[in-house]
Design a protein around this ligand. Structure first.
Ligand SMILES: [Zn+2]
Length: 304
């Protein structure tokens, strides 16, 4: 069945090879493996998806999170092959805010993932919440937690459980910011290396790509937010893209694959007609189209 291919991080001389990052060569290999002729231009994909005339074996390319490395590494490869895609952008980082998700990831990459997980475990166990966290950890089972993400290691799973389930966003950020500060890590100066800017978005649009919504601040679980907060997330995201691009956005990908019925209503009311999940659940609405993570494809290729 037709679906999107989902990409996040790329590496080259400037962009370090963090977890899951792929080089230009690997990107090209994935596209060849998929079959270049199966990959529809973004605008054609959008039209045919809405018309219900997508060929069964068609795929499209999608890029989440407005990452500078996508512009620097993936876009030149696509340009050379005459390909276009969907680029889903969260706006806070275009307006001077620090995207914590990405900053923390960069910190983790520079530190080395194993070393990072060790330091994080130590920070958790030395925190004022250690007792509560220890008792929540009894509910954690590394074999069943986020089982659908087959490429996660047991340590990845434990970290995600601690972050998303045991600590929650406020306490997690508090612990992380403390760690960054203790190690003298300067987040602000990294921004131009981590994220695109408005000019990048104009370039994407000019070259036939589609730029779509991905919320304003990229909450890890927008479905848990009140309807007003959800609406604010997507309205501010839409306002930003509208002010930069020639036309208002009509597409979305759900940040961290999170949404509920309210989110979908809000998106529809903002004029969004096509949306993507971050997994391969088929048969849902036009705002919940399936996507396959590039790491799954690499595993099928026998690369990871
Ligand atoms: Zn995202």
């Amino acid at each position: 069945m037709s679906h999107g291919l989902m990409f996040h991080h790329f590496s080259d001389g400037r962009h370090p090879r963090g977890q899951g990052a792929i080089s230009a060569r690997e990107f090209k290999d994935i596209l060849d493996y998929i079959g270049i002729d199966r990959i529809l231009p973004a605008l054609e994909w959008q039209d045919r998806s809405l018309a219900g005339t997508l060929p069964d074996d068609a795929v499209c390319l999608t890029f989440d999170d407005a990452l500078r490395c996508q512009m620097d590494v993936a876009k030149p490869v696509m340009d050379s092959l005459g390909l276009t895609g969907f680029w889903f952008v969260y706006s806070a980082v275009f307006e001077g805010q620090i995207g914590k998700l990405e900053t923390y990831r960069y910190f983790r990459t520079m530190k080395g993932v194993d070393d990072f997980y060790r330091s994080f475990d130590t920070a958790v166990s030395h925190s004022q919440w250690s007792e509560e966290i220890n008792s929540s950890l009894k509910k954690f089972d590394e074999n069943s937690y986020m089982k659908e993400y087959t490429f996660f290691t047991p340590a990845d799973r434990k970290f995600r459980f601690l972050r998303d389930d045991a600590l929650g966003p406020v306490r997690y950020e508090y612990l992380m910011d403390t760690m960054l500060e203790e190690e003298g890590f300067d987040a602000q100066s990294l921004a131009p290396l981590l994220w695109m800017n408005d000019e990048s978005l104009r370039e994407l649009e000019r070259d036939g790509n589609i730029v779509g919504l991905h919320s304003y601040s990229h909450p890890t679980a927008i479905e848990r937010e009140e309807p007003d907060r959800q609406r604010e997330e997507y309205s501010k995201n839409r306002d930003h893209l509208k002010s930069v691009l020639r036309s208002a956005p009509t597409t979305v990908s759900h940040p961290s694959n999170s949404y509920n019925a309210t989110t979908l209503e809000i998106l529809a009311s903002l004029g969004i007609t096509l949306g993507f999940r971050a997994d391969m659940k088929f048969g849902l609405s036009q705002l919940e189209q399936p996507r396959e993570d590039h790491s799954h494809i690499m595993m099928t290729m026998g690369r990871r």
